[in-house]
Design a protein around this ligand. Structure first.
Ligand code: OOG
Ligand code: NI
Length: 462
């Protein structure tokens, strides 16, 4: 790499910054939220020196202030194929498959994100990307119409695709090309206050599902939220009303704990925005559409398959209790109650194989390694204080939470269910690649850290 070229990490940072600026200009409440999150994070870091030290040790402090995720919803297979190529220029790759049809949302999704430790440290920008499952529109006439409307749109500028081609051929972009690419790619995510359909067609699509109207009626897949990461989601949730923001009633994901696991999220309602519809008689009509919202998240440790299984089971039991008729306050209490079965200290999470950790040699370990033969198991090395372990942060999403976020912003009347099966194979055909398995990525990060730590101790074998 020469100074004349921009690497994918830099392009991602430029893009994430440009996106944040665009969204801040379009949705003022997003700016307010960023300020609230940064105030809360500063306070938490001042109060919790141990957390602060752990974040610093793992190069997570710097990324915190730039960390955010966004979401888009695509309409056809070709769009997913090309967005994969666009994100690849920024070092973002599809990780995980999420089927949301089970929750009454006619989409399936993946997350585009950096996958190496170094890239995540640089800037962990992610985009939750959904593809509409047009086949779930029951009315055949409407389904055909939706397909036809989508077939006619081109969500990328010609120059963006040209630059993607250059990247694929040359393996990199020059700095001026990278800057141009960021401007061109941004166009795809921009809000359009003019619909491509008439008010009548919009209403039909909307009656089929609000999300279908959101995907089909516009020129492109506007970014529908950008989410900063907070170190204390309860504090932000409580602080929102004071700044004129009304969050949804419950926080999705696990309850508040000493040792944060996976992901907790909350959102606030979409804006009602005026839209101009193009009528068939050549005139235009005025209407409204809600799509854009705000969200915050708190990230905790990534769970192993065993930990995830336990999480899913406990969450399901808490949700069943809610379905059986309890109120919001009860849900939080019920959730906390259900999760008492999930160990809440780092030593237990590690020794029971419930979470992934990053190992490093302690100064005492490095010293001891020079003087004597060291114990040969991880547990012994940890017990003697020669190795330290820190949580590996969860970089992905949760399908049940995502469904809750979708629902809260689609309006509570949008409950619907689809009999369809999840269709990962079709998703991957559209994508033109397999999605990465997140568990494999976390396991590799842990394993690599062990190898590095053992080298630091001067004992290359465990
Ligand atoms: C995506 C909703 C899911 C999350 O953070 O889980 C999501 C959407 O509304 O398009 O953003
Ligand atoms: Ni989100």
């Amino acid at each position: 790499m020469t100074a004349l070229h921009a690497d994918p990490d830099e392009i991602r940072t430029l893009f994430s910054r440009a996106m944040s600026e665009m969204y801040r200009a379009e949705v003022p409440q997003y700016g307010t939220l960023l300020e609230l999150v940064s105030d809360v994070n500063r306070e938490i870091l001042q109060r919790h020196s141990e957390l602060c030290a752990s974040l610093a040790r793992n190069d997570e402090l710097d990324r915190l202030s730039v960390e955010r995720h966004g979401a888009i919803r695509l309409g056809r297979a070709e769009e997913l194929f090309d967005i994969r190529r666009v994100f690849s220029v920024m070092g973002m790759h599809a990780v995980g498959y999420y089927d949301l049809s089970v929750a009454g949302v006619p989409v399936h999704s993946t997350a585009f994100r950096p996958i190496t430790d170094a890239a995540l440290r640089h800037n962990p920008f992610r985009v939750f990307t959904s593809l509409l499952r047009v086949e779930l529109i029951e009315d055949e006439v409407l389904r055909r119409q939706a397909e036809q409307i989508l077939a006619e749109r081109q969500i990328f500028t010609p120059r963006a695709l040209e630059l993607v081609n250059i990247f694929e051929t040359d393996g990199r972009l020059t700095r001026p090309q990278a800057e141009e690419f960021v401007c061109e790619a941004l166009e795809t995510f921009r809000w359009h206050s003019e619909a491509t359909v008439s008010l009548d067609v919009y209403r039909k699509l909307h009656d089929a599902h609000r999300l279908i109207a959101d995907v089909v009626s516009f020129k492109g897949p506007h970014i529908n939220h950008l989410t900063p990461r907070t170190l204390d989601i309860d504090a932000v949730q409580a602080g929102m009303p004071r700044r004129g923001i009304v969050p949804k009633a419950v926080i999705e994901g696990p309850p508040r704990r000493n040792c944060a696991i996976l992901l907790r999220q909350t959102s606030f309602k979409a804006l009602e925005e005026p839209i101009i519809f193009r009528q068939t008689d050549g005139k235009s009509a005025q209407g409204m559409h809600t799509a854009r919202f705000g969200e915050i998240e708190q990230r905790g440790v990534a769970l192993t398959p065993k930990g995830r299984e336990l999480y899913d089971a406990l969450l399901a039991s808490a949700r069943q209790a809610r379905a059986a008729g309890s109120t919001t306050g009860d849900y939080d209490a019920g959730l906390a109650g259900a999760f008492t079965a999930f160990p809440d200290d780092w030593a237990a999470l590690r020794s029971q194989g419930l979470a992934f950790f990053r190992y490093s040699a302690t100064p005492a370990g490095v010293e001891a390694g020079k003087r004597r033969a060291l114990p040969s198991t991880l547990d012994q090395l940890v017990a003697e204080g020669l190795l330290r372990y820190d949580p590996i942060v969860y970089e992905d999403f949760l399908p049940v939470s995502a469904a809750g976020i979708f629902q809260s912003n689609l309006g509570s009347d949008a409950q619907q269910s689809y009999a369809a099966r999840s269709n990962r194979a079709a998703f991957e055909v559209a994508l033109g690649a397999e999605v990465h398995d997140e568990m494999t990525l976390y396991a590799k990060t842990e394993k690599d850290s062990v190898e590095r730590a053992m080298n630091q101790l001067g004992s290359p074998h465990i």
